[in-house]
Write a protein that binds this ligand. Structure first.
Ligand code: PY5
Length: 307
């Protein structure tokens, strides 16, 4: 259990960070959030927050879409978060959950003339999908929310009902994760992660205009693949059946990190074993986030001073 939260402008005991049953966000899902990981590096005795500033830049973009005005910029939000982690004193991997939302109490659906609030807490966290090797995925019967209805590029709280529908359907049908298509049948992403395919040695991922969350892990892996493996990523629309003939496939995201997909709709991906490009990217990502690759230390914010 965490001991503190930053809530209504102050650090408070976690038990005191409570919303009313009348809060706008509780009634209508009118808010947005982030998911950030911090990794404990035992050798350096340091906790590194991965791409902290980029996550808060995205939160502020979500806020713009949702008419939420916060009294903090990305640097101030980052400082609050580092201070929270210092107060907790974590020496293990943690997951950080910032929230920006309409906190007003009362009835009435809208985005204007409401009180905007920011809160953040952090919890110890291990694997998002607890499974070794590749996972079994299915194409969901649900479709991804469209930019014309609820924009997926904003990490909107209420929109995660769409993710929950596809995740639970996949689970009830015996799969580990869902792959969700756009209304017009192109591969969009997983329930809470982006997706990459490998075909003929080339990385392919859906474009940002196919109703994906513009993932920070996605951007990170595109950089790492190009710079360290010499493999550029092609962003283009992907057909469902390309999932069935891909040589390799994986999900990526802050929570899921990088997870190989072994099977899609009962068809093995490639050989069914974890492929070489997936393996190399996964190993590299694991070291980069923990602050073990000097060239990418600028992505890792140290929490403790003088460590
Ligand atoms: N797509 C969706 C729908 C997501 O929710 C997420 C992240 C991603 C892609 C990957 O984005 P990023 O690489 O920036 O994390 N999902 C959150 C996460 O922490 C919430 C999971 C419950 O991974």
């Amino acid at each position: 259990m965490p001991r503190y939260a930053f809530f209504r402008g102050a650090f408070v005991p976690i038990e005191e960070a409570r919303l009313s049953i009348m809060a706008h966000v509780v009634n209508y899902g009118t808010g947005c959030f982030e998911g950030i990981r911090a990794y404990w590096n035992a050798d350096a005795a340091q906790l590194y927050v991965f791409r902290l500033r980029e996550h808060y830049q995205r939160l502020l973009r979500s806020c713009r879409i949702l008419h939420i005005a916060l009294p903090y910029d990305a640097d101030e939000l980052s400082e609050i978060t580092v201070e929270l982690l210092r107060k907790e004193g974590y020496r293990e991997d943690v997951y950080i959950r910032p929230l920006a939302y309409k906190g007003s109490e009362g009835i009435g659906v809208r985005l204007h003339d409401l009180v905007d609030e920011f809160a953040v807490f952090a919890v110890p966290f291990g694997k998002y999908i607890p499974k070794e090797g590749g996972i079994r995925a299915c194409v969901s019967s649900w479709r991804r929310v469209n930019d014309t209805a609820i924009p997926a590029r904003a990490k909107i709280i209420g929109a995660y009902v769409n993710s929950a529908f596809s995740k639970t359907e996949a689970h009830l049908n015996g799969f580990d994760e869902a792959i969700v298509l756009t209304e017009d049948g192109h591969v969009s992403e997983g329930s809470a992660e982006n997706i990459f395919l490998v075909r003929n040695g080339q990385l392919i991922t859906p474009p940002v205009t196919d109703n994906i969350l513009e993932g920070i892990t996605r951007a990170t892996l595109m950089d790492l693949a190009r710079q360290e493996l010499g493999i550029p990523t092609v962003e283009r629309r992907i057909h469902r059946t390309e999932l069935y003939i891909a040589d390799e496939a994986f999900f990526c995201g802050t929570g899921v990190e990088l997870v190989p997909i072994a099977e899609v709709d009962h068809r093995p991906v490639g050989t069914g074993e974890v492929g070489p490009i997936t393996r190399r990217l996964s190993d590299l990502y694991g070291r980069v986030v923990r602050g073990q690759v000097p060239a990418y230390l600028h992505w890792c914010t140290p929490v403790y001073e003088g460590a």
